[in-house]
Design a protein around this ligand. Structure first.
Ligand code: HEM
Length: 413
């Protein structure tokens, strides 16, 4: 049964609080799922800790901000808050780089005529994040291969032998750490060169509470990971929905043509309200991170029950986006539900990006990338006299750890 159906079924049969048997690197784990309604409050609660991310995936995230709580989290995140704001992103000339890379990839897909969405969007978002963080494109294939190997560490198979997935993963980790150190050393020696990586490195060194070198490296590694898989799945669903509806595509194209170019900054996405609505609708219905798990660090009351320290709690973001009291006919893909609500969405409307202290640091960057993507698909297709097509049936999806359409292809006809 698909995850959203499973949650709905559980709510009907056992009520709004139940345990879910979840895969975890330590074997299987029981996570308590509260179908609670106020997920924002839950994610803001200081009674819940993110240390569980360290337990599950330290090889990936090291001691970066995502595994921290309280003061240490704040200390690591604060220096990077400014570069990730709309103003910081505009200053780092991120918009131009995003537009150039997105347009080039889409041009190639339209020329090929038929693409497997997840493969090509992953390739695109990997180039985006690597170029933003200063890695030359020539290295991309090697980085990609090393990242795939690193993911094997998280599988933590019980046996280790030379050449086993775990030992290959460990070698990949060493390779990646060394390359990130090299990138940083190059940027720091080269001084301020206006790149986004340079602005992050500079922000990390400012002030009396500057980021430690090992934390800087771990946080860059976090960006490489957090910044591509999520955006790729959202782009995939966006292509699928545009392929399923000629009418939505026509409206997107009309807006893109009317404006006549790609957004140059987060602020500039305001000129594309329909493209922005498409993006918001995609992440509502298909949140790339459907579940967020935390662990109780001090007794916490939920739905009349007191949860003991150590209880694993899973916040089902996917349920939040499908709540009929908030989103009537929730399974309908309907960008018009966002009409007039795009300027500053409420925290309940951006739940796909989390809430509270760990709210997605890359939120503005992700919206910029996705709106640019939608507009670039429209303009490129217009120039080539094509449109994306997909059978009207929605493709099957995997829901864990990210929500992605399986095996879906798009044709440009
Ligand atoms: C559609 C795209 C994206 C979605 C849906 C998404 C979603 C999320 C979610 C759900 C969280 C966890 C929030 C929590 O635990 O409360 C998160 C955290 C994070 N995201 Fe994103 N993300 C996206 C793109 C990006 C991008 C492009 C970047 C940066 C390049 C990024 C960087 C981060 C970082 C650094 C964190 C950890 C923040 C912290 O622990 O303080 N994300 N994201």
């Amino acid at each position: 049964m698909a995850l959203p159906d499973l949650l709905a079924h559980a709510k009907l049969t056992v009520g709004p609080l139940f345990f879910l048997d979840m895969p975890s690197p330590m074997g299987r784990a029981l996570d308590l799922v509260p179908l609670h309604g106020d997920y924002t409050a839950l994610l803001r609660s200081s009674s819940l800790s993110n240390s569980i991310v360290r337990d599950n995936a330290q090889a990936l995230f090291g001691e970066s901000m995502i595994v921290q709580d309280g003061d240490e989290h704040h200390r690591q995140r604060l220096p990077w808050s400014a570069p990730f704001t709309p103003r910081g992103l505009a200053g780092g000339e991120v918009g131009g780089l995003v537009a150039e890379i997105v347009a080039r990839h889409i041009e190639a897909w339209v020329r090929i005529g038929r693409v497997r969405v997840l493969d090509v969007t992953q390739h695109l978002t990997l180039e985006l994040i690597f170029r933003l963080l200063g890695s030359p494109s020539g290295d991309l294939a090697e980085w990609r291969a090393q990242y795939r190997r690193l993911l094997l560490v998280v599988a933590r198979l019980p046996v280790e032998f030379p050449g086993s997935p775990a030992s290959r993963g460990e070698r990949a980790r060493t390779w990646i750490d060394a390359r990130i150190d090299e990138l940083l050393a190059r940027r720091l020696c080269g001084g301020a060169d206006g790149s986004f990586l340079a602005s992050l490195a500079a922000a990390s060194a400012l002030g009396s509470r500057s980021m430690r070198d090992d934390h800087l490296r771990d946080n860059l590694k976090l960006l490489f990971l957090a910044g591509h898989e999520t955006t790729a799945t959202a782009m995939s669903w966006l292509l699928v929905e545009l392929g399923r509806s000629a009418e939505l595509f026509r409206r997107l194209q009309a807006e893109a043509e009317h404006v006549g170019g790609l957004p140059s900054s987060p602020e500039d996405t305001r000129r594309f309200p329909f493209a922005t609505s498409l993006v918001r609708e995609v992440v509502r219905l298909y949140p790339p991170v459907p579940l967020i798990t935390r662990v109780v660090r001090e007794d916490l009351e939920i739905l009349g029950h007191t949860l003991a320290r150590g209880t694993r709690v899973t916040v089902p973001l996917v349920e939040a986006g499908r709540d009929p009291s908030r989103y009537p006919a929730p399974l309908r893909f309907d960008p018009d539900r966002w009409r007039g609500r795009n300027v500053t969405p409420a925290s309940s409307e951006t739940l796909a990006f989390g809430a509270g202290p760990h709210f997605c640091l890359g939120y503005h960057l992700a919206i910029l990338q996705l709106v640019t993507f939608a507009v670039a698909v429209a303009l490129t297709c217009k120039a080539r006299g094509k449109r994306p097509t997909h059978p009207s049936r929605r493709p099957r999806s995997v829901w864990f750890p990210v929500a992605a359409p399986i095996g879906a292809s798009i044709r440009f006809d």
